[in-house]
Design a protein around this ligand. Structure first.
Ligand code: PLP
Length: 452
């Protein structure tokens, strides 16, 4: 084993690891980028270069890196009760308190919300798997065994487990894995900039999307469609903001056909859009909410699925007859994760981070518009809260897209200038979603480096 100590970390990585959502070929030839530390909004690379992390990891380090309050909460929780499972009725205080707090937070901030219970998991993908299984369970309990299909949207990103990757609406995640699985449909992407017809207003575009949704439901039969899943703002697909009135209209269609709405708030939860939840920003009344990322600011892998009272009443009502709910994970409700989530929420409240995101979102957009907005290859700059995108085009007038790949050069160049942005995998877009603790000065510095 000793001779392994002499091998460079990059070579060890090449010999021992394979990475998620990465090219095996590129890693074998170019090697990995190794990070050694992080503090505040900055990350440090092997060799000492520091970069402003305008991605907050993968849209997740909402309170910034190295916060001692979260470290202390995690250490104390590990000391007190390093693990407790929740199978068969076992429980623990941090998790109970977190569930209660999440319900309160969601119901108090999202108008019309009537959420009743919380289920915990470990990742955004498993939260969406849980949502899907609950939808199936719910309709089995209601005696509607044919009502099982789920409508997602092209361009959606819901994770990469077998079921979540099927919900994801980006072909690049499907083709090599024989996905999507049966029973998942994808309706059109509500991105006005790229998909509106010539001269089509946002309202007319929304009308067209709603007609399409209605037609899809009619074609499939409303008695076979169980749920519709949507990110309030589509993240990985391209930072697509919903057109005006979209969710209201979608909700009306779903209500008419007894179809549940799953809000995937894995990115938009916990302040990202300038409110606690994207459901508040866009007036969504979901039946199930998937949360992860900002729940612990990625200090611990943890997810939550919040279910509405109407679902809960069916689950509870049938429980004596059904027996145990046979779903869950070893780490569901992990008390260390829950304690960290509580400390994370304390910090977010103390520093009013959703308000910080609301205040600084326009600052970030204005900085991007003034520094790179005139570039002939920049087609669109958009965002909400601290979630922004620069979309590249070959021609600003026709909005013809640049081939995917060119924007990776932009992100690579930005990295050399000391700023991390995310080159999205299947669209010529670089996204920015910095920690919500970022300051105006840091936004100015990051966007200046990006524009260099
Ligand atoms: N849902 C959304 C909206 C996401 O952005 C992501 C991850 O980026 C996921 C689900 C999947 O989360 P995870 O990677 O934790 O499984």
């Amino acid at each position: 084993m000793d001779d392994r100590a002499n091998i460079s970390l990059a070579d060890l990585d090449r010999e021992a690891l394979f990475h998620p959502v990465s090219s095996i070929h590129d890693l074998q030839t170019k090697g990995p980028v190794i990070y050694t530390g992080a503090q505040g909004v900055e990350v440090t690379r092997e060799g000492g270069q520091t970069l402003i992390d305008m991605g907050a990891g993968l849209w997740c380090v909402n309170v910034g890196y190295g916060r001692p309050e979260l470290v202390a909460a995690g250490a104390q929780a590990m000391q007190d009760l390093s693990f407790q499972h929740f199978f068969g009725g076992a429980s623990a205080e941090p998790t109970i308190r977190l569930a209660d707090r999440l319900l309160g937070l969601f119901n108090e901030t999202v108008p019309g919300a009537d959420m009743a219970r919380v289920f915990f998991g470990c990742s955004g993908s498993d939260a969406n798997d849980t949502a899907l299984k609950l939808v199936i369970y719910y309709n089995n309990l209601r005696g509607l065994p044919a009502k099982k299909k789920v409508i997602s949207r092209k361009g959606a990103y819901h994770g990469l487990t077998y079921a979540a990757a099927s919900l994801t609406g980006i072909e690049g995640y499907h083709t090599a894995f024989d996905l999507p699985m049966p029973g998942v449909l994808h309706t059109s992407c509500p991105h006005h900039y790229a998909f509106a017809q010539d001269g089509e207003t946002e309202a007319a575009f929304t009308d067209r999307l709603i007609v399409e949704l209605e037609e899809m439901i009619a074609r499939e039969g409303a008695d076979t469609v169980a749920a519709f899943i949507a990110e309030p703002v589509m993240g990985t697909g391209g930072v697509f903001l919903p057109p005006a009135g979209y969710f209201d209209r979608v909700q009306q269609v779903l209500d008419r056909h007894d179809i549940l709405l799953i809000a995937d708030e894995v990115i938009t939860g916990f302040g990202r859009t300038g409110a606690w939840f994207g459901s508040e920003t866009y007036g969504i009344r979901p039946d199930i909410v998937s949360l992860a990322k900002g729940l612990t600011s990625a200090y611990f892998p943890m997810s939550a699925s919040i279910v509405s009272r109407r679902i809960w009443e069916v689950l509870e009502g049938a429980s004596a007859k059904m027996g145990a709910l046979m779903h869950g994970f070893t780490y569901s409700g992990h008390p260390v994760g829950a304690a960290i989530a509580m400390a994370n929420l304390d910090l977010m409240e103390a520093e009013d981070m959703p308000a910080n995101a609301a205040r600084l979102g326009p600052v970030l957009l204005e900085a991007l518009r003034s520094k790179v907005g005139d570039h002939p290859l920049v087609g669109d700059i958009r965002g909400v809260g601290l979630m922004a995108a620069v979309e590249f085009v070959a021609d600003r007038a026709t909005r013809a897209r640049l081939p995917v790949g060119a924007h990776k050069l932009v992100a690579a160049h930005a990295m050399n200038q000391g700023v991390l942005t995310r080159a999205l995998p299947f669209l010529p877009v670089t996204s920015m979603s910095p920690p919500l603790s970022i300051t105006e000065g840091q936004i100015d510095e990051a966007t200046t480096r990006y524009a260099r």
